[in-house]
Every structure is written in C-alpha cells, then in structure tokens.
Design a protein around this ligand. Structure first.
Ligand SMILES: Nc1ncnc2c1ncn2[C@@H]1O[C@H](COP(=O)(O)OP(=O)(O)O)[C@@H](O)[C@H]1O
Ligand SMILES: [Mg+2]
Length: 236
C-alpha cells in the first residue's frame, strides 16, 4: 500500500516536472516565433529582384533587428538561469515605442492596418528597454492578429504625475468574452492552435517588474485598448 502511494507520488512529481519544462519551452517558442517570422519573411521578399533600393534596405534593417532580438532573448534566458539582474538604463519611451512598431510595420501593411504613434518627447524612464520594447511589440502584435480584415492601431502616451500611461488601441472586434476574465493569466488564449496565451502574462510581468501595471480597458464599443503605466524619471 505504502509503496504504491510512493510510486503514485513520484509519478505525479515526474509528470509535473515535464509539464513545467513543456510550459517553459512553449514560452520560449512564443517569443522567438515573431522575430523568426520577420527573418524568414524578409529573406523570402529579398529573393524578389524587383525591389527598390530603399525597400531592400528596410528589409535588411528589419532582419537585422529581428536577429538582434533573438540574440537578446537567448541572453535573457541565460540571465534567468543565472538569476542575473536585468540591464536598466535611462531610456526614451518614444524611441522604444518606435523601435517596437518598426518591427511590425511590414506585417501591418500586408494586412492593410495603419499604425499611428502619438508619443510625446522627453518621457524618460529607468528601463530594461529591450524588455519594454517586447511588451509594446506584443500588444501591437495582438492588435494585428485581431484585425485580419484591416483597421488602425494607435499607440499613445501621456504623463500622469510621476508615471507615463501608454495605451495601445485598435479598431478590431474587441476582446472575446471567453478570455476577458483571465487575460493576463498564462495560457489564456482564444486563438486555439495559433497562440500560446503567454504574451499578455509575460508582458504584464515585465511591466510589474518595472514598478508599473497593465490592464485592459473594458469599455463598451468596438476595438480593444490595453494600457500600461510605467514610473518615469522626474522631468527636467
Ligand atoms: N487587441 C486585441 N483584440 C482582441 N482580443 C485580444 C487583443 N489582445 C489580446 N486579445 C485576446 O487576449 C488573448 C490572450 O492574448 P496573449 O496573451 O497575447 O496570447 P495569444 O496572443 O497567444 O493568444 C488572445 O488570444 C485574444 O483573445
Ligand atoms: Mg499574443
């Protein structure tokens, strides 16, 4: 009897461990997929000889940025294993948002989606800028995924007290009722087979690690709006 309970317990621990490894693997795949798609898609387009010089330059730039992001994510994973601190530096939010948007412009254009950035100058914060860049890219990416038939995405920011409030708003169908209550929990997804449901959970965690917070505006009406708050450096 005792032996069989012990055996069942060991079996449970083993399967839980496998579950954790599986989830971690899924989260890595999730983050690597977007930049890999940018490299793959970029290389495919470069094989088209009718591209103009500026188009080629832009593609090469995107592929370069995407490779850099992959390298950075691999570094993050190593740091995670070592428990190392993240690299924080004084960063300009406008630059971070434009870098994040730039990586998705081609994808948006291909879907007839207009991306409008409305970020004031001089919003400085002490940040791990690559991590926050991934947060913005995740939110824009979700909005793109929600609008296969085209639309518009606006990323705006305002200073409110000692913080910046950054909003990513789209003209898509809005957040499906089935995920509304657990949006920021890992593995909450409505895109069965196409999403792991990790993007918002990891993004919110990144913002919380910077002393901020993230939520969705559940106002009636069309479109979705995600807002996050980040503590800023005092102006001046
Ligand atoms: N802009 C948006 N418009 C509509 N639904 C959204 C939007 N952003 C997120 N969602 C919903 O939240 C879910 C979770 O998003 P996320 O955590 O990024 O996981 P994934 O994109 O892998 O599904 C999505 O599956 C989708 O249902
Ligand atoms: Mg997502």
């Amino acid at each position: 009897m005792c032996a069989s309970i012990r055996q069942a317990r060991e079996e449970l621990i083993r399967s839980e461990r496998i579950g954790v490894v599986g989830r971690l693997a899924a989260s890595i795949v999730h983050d690597l997929r977007n930049p890999l798609a940018a490299i793959y898609g970029g290389a495919e387009m470069l094989m088209d000889s009718r591209l103009s010089e500026p188009q080629i330059k832009r593609l090469a730039r995107n592929m370069y940025d995407a490779s850099r992001r992959i390298q950075q994510m691999l570094q993050d994973l190593l740091d995670l294993g070592r428990g190392g601190p993240s690299q924080r530096q004084r960063a300009d939010l406008r630059e971070i948002v434009s870098r994040a948007a730039e990586t998705l412009v081609l994808k948006a254009e291909a879907q007839s989606i207009q991306v409008v950035l409305d970020i004031p100058e001089h919003l400085y914060a002490d940040l791990d800028s690559r991590r926050i860049e991934r947060v913005v890219a995740n939110l824009i990416g979700n909005a793109i995924d929600a609008m296969p038939g085209g639309g518009a995405i606006t990323v705006s920011a305002v200073r409110e007290g000692g913080s910046a409030m950054i909003a990513v708003r789209d003209t898509g169908p809005g957040i499906p009722a089935e995920v509304r209550d657990r949006l920021f929990q890992p593995f909450a997804t409505s895109r069965k087979g196409n999403g792991m449901g990790l993007g918002l959970a990891l993004s919110r965690q990144a913002v919380v690690d910077h002393g901020g917070d993230m939520w969705a505006e559940l106002a009636p009406g069309p479109g979705a709006c995600f807002i996050f708050r980040l503590p800023l450096e005092p102006p001046g």
